[in-house]
Design a protein around this ligand. Structure first.
Ligand SMILES: [Zn+2]
Length: 217
């Protein structure tokens, strides 16, 4: 088993969330020699006709691997839960069971995931599964939530804030986002937001670009 201090696990709902939420931080950690493992709950194919599902899944997998290469990550795994079904009781149990296996395998010191006040129900359900698992199993792992980007509700939290200076790794975050070619519209609307958010966080923290997280466990 790998040395605990070197391992970072990121758990997210869809295949680009890890880069949007923490791409700069993950690239920075990878450069420092840490091992980055990514666990993605859904291929996000439910909006497509059934016969296309397999094609979509393989495209999403390839894109996630390409993005992982850019940031210098070490593994990407998918769990194939259907979109919109994350919060289903049986699925929550299943997600937690599978997540436990991943944690045993990767032995992480830190987990990054979505926030409790994310507007997307699958993102919130991903957060719940991670938090419940850590609490119920008394795992000694520090857990961090991505900052929320909704301009109307800034994350209002008493949890300790983790600010990561991503000035050097920001170009890798942008390059990794470009790997998600099948999500063209997302990219088109997303990139400006990624720049603005990185820049505003940078201004707040006296660096050029930053990512912000909240330590909830
Ligand atoms: Zn998502």
């Amino acid at each position: 088993m790998a040395e605990k201090s070197e391992n970072i696990l990121i758990v997210c709902a869809h295949s680009d969330d890890q880069i949007i939420g923490a791409g700069g931080t993950l690239a920075k950690y990878a450069k420092e020699g840490k091992k980055i493992h990514t666990y993605i709950i859904s291929y996000g194919e439910s909006s497509h006709p059934h016969y296309q599902e397999e094609i979509i899944s393989s495209i999403r997998f390839k894109e996630a691997l390409d993005a992982d290469k850019v940031i210098g990550g070490n593994s990407v795994e998918f769990l194939d839960i259907k979109e919109g079904a994350f919060a289903d009781h049986k699925n929550q149990q299943y997600i937690k069971e599978q997540l436990m296996k991943v944690i045993k395998k990767t032995n992480p010191i830190k987990i990054f995931t979505h926030s409790w006040d994310d507007f997307h129900p699958d993102h919130r359900a991903t957060f719940s599964a991670v938090r419940d698992l850590i609490v119920e199993s008394k795992l000694k792992i520090d857990a961090y939530a991505f900052e929320i980007w909704n301009p109307f509700t800034a994350t209002n939290s008493n949890y300790p804030k983790l600010v990561v200076d991503i000035t050097d790794s920001f170009p890798k975050k942008i390059k990794a986002l470009h790997c998600f070619k099948s999500q063209k519209i997302t990219l088109f609307t997303l990139l400006p937001a990624v720049y603005i958010r990185g820049f505003i966080n940078g201004l707040d923290n006296h660096v050029k670009y930053a990512e912000v997280f909240y330590k909830f466990k």
